[in-house]
Design a binder for this molecule. Structure first.
Ligand code: CP
Length: 367
């Protein structure tokens, strides 16, 4: 059991813990009635500061199917964030009302901040263009089901690799397995961030090539992970319009792919995959989204520790957690303008890897 932990990065769980989570997912799919009352008396809070269909609704469905209850907001304008309340105070309050919280926020590192101030497990449902670990659990479960292994795979990642948090999380997770080759298919302007490249380079048994040509790359991959160009993350609409149709996967391109290749997509799909591909048996993105609910059921169960596990908030000891240090006179700052530490100036700077990397968003620290 993963009782009482948070999920901020997919690697917050060991490879063995992930396999346990996926075995639990198998069992939930096979015998859903066994789990129908597993979370009676527990409450899941959903804090969505950005739009969502799959992540929010699959979390809500997951908790309902476990017999628990759900509260939360889908529009930050209807929460006190609209009045200027900080993430730290928001999660302190949610901790009083719920047993487990899910947060999606446009600031990179926001879920990490929430976890630092929370009394209950926090799940990152997407923090800006940084990470999306529960999508990765869904992706991994789909790979396990459809390919039967996590090793010896060539994985093509195509589209907006700069802003695509699902891409960053999937690479982060796959770097722990043997003989993984990533083919990074994007325009130069939308290349993966440097910190993701550094992770691949540091991983034993992993390698990558940059190949902006989808027609060429599709021939060699075992998995093609398509992503949309993320309009909401562009500073310039002109730039978005120039790049938005960089890649369109259609029936013609699929003719050049391996017979057992699979196409994944975190969704939503905008226009980077044509309807003809939906009919191809290699297109797995709808079942991938369906698996997402079952994986999230397993995740909620694991973090709450089942019936004998994590105490409900009513039994928890409150307001003893201390984690905030005053920000040191602005001597250092994170270079990433979308980092939560640059959007909430009351947050202390936190660093890792010898002080060079921002703990919230993985960007470089400037001294
Ligand atoms: N995959 C995903 O995060 O979808 P939503 O934005 O609809 O939640």
């Amino acid at each position: 059991m993963l009782t009482g932990k948070n999920l901020i990065y997919p690697t917050d769980f060991t490879v063995e813990q992930l396999e346990g989570l996926f075995r639990l997912t198998d069992d939930i799919i096979a015998r859903p009635e066994k789990y129908a009352r597993s979370c009676v008396g527990k409450i899941l809070a959903t804090m969505f500061f950005e739009p969502s269909t799959r992540t929010r609704l699959s979390f809500e469905a997951a908790m309902e199917r476990l017999g628990g209850k759900v509260l939360g907001f889908a529009d930050p304008a209807s929460s006190s964030a609209a009045k200027g309340e900080s993430i730290a105070d928001t999660i302190r309050m949610i901790s009083c009302y719920a047993d487990i919280a899910v947060i999606r926020h446009p600031a990179e590192g926001a879920a990490h901040v929430a976890a630092l101030h929370s009394f209950i497990p926090v799940i990152n449902a997407g923090d800006g263009g940084h990470q999306h670990p529960t999508q990765t659990l869904t992706d991994l479960y789909t790979i396990r089901t459809k390919k039967g292994r996590f090793h010896d795979l060539t994985i093509g990642l195509c589209g907006d690799l700069k802003h695509g948090r699902t891409v960053h999380s999937l690479i982060h997770a796959m770097c722990r397995y043997e003989n993984i080759h990533f083919v990074l298919i994007s325009p130069e302007e939308l290349r993966v961030p440097d910190y993701v490249i550094r992770e691949i380079e540091a991983a034993q048994g992993c390698s990558y090539t940059l190949n902006p040509d989808l027609d060429d790359a599709i021939r060699q991959v075992d998995i093609l992970y398509m992503t949309r160009i993320q309009r909401e993350r562009f500073a310039s609409q002109e730039e978005y319009l120039r790049l938005k149709d960089s890649y369109i996967l259609d029936g013609e391109k699929m003719k050049n792919a391996k017979e057992d290749m699979i196409v994944l997509h975190p969704m939503p799909i905008v226009n980077e995959i044509t309807g003809a591909v939906d009919e191809d048996p290699r297109a797995c993105y709808f079942v991938q989204a369906q698996y997402g609910m079952y994986v999230r059921m397993a995740l909620i169960l694991s973090l709450l520790g089942g019936e004998e596990g994590y105490p409900t908030v009513c039994g928890a000891k409150m307001f003893e957690k201390t984690c905030v240090n005053p920000r040191p006179n602005g001597t250092v700052h994170c270079k990433n303008p979308k980092c939560v530490s640059n959007l909430d100036l009351t947050l202390p700077i936190r660093v890792k890897d010898g002080g060079k990397i921002c703990e919230y968003c993985d960007a470089t620290i400037e001294g």
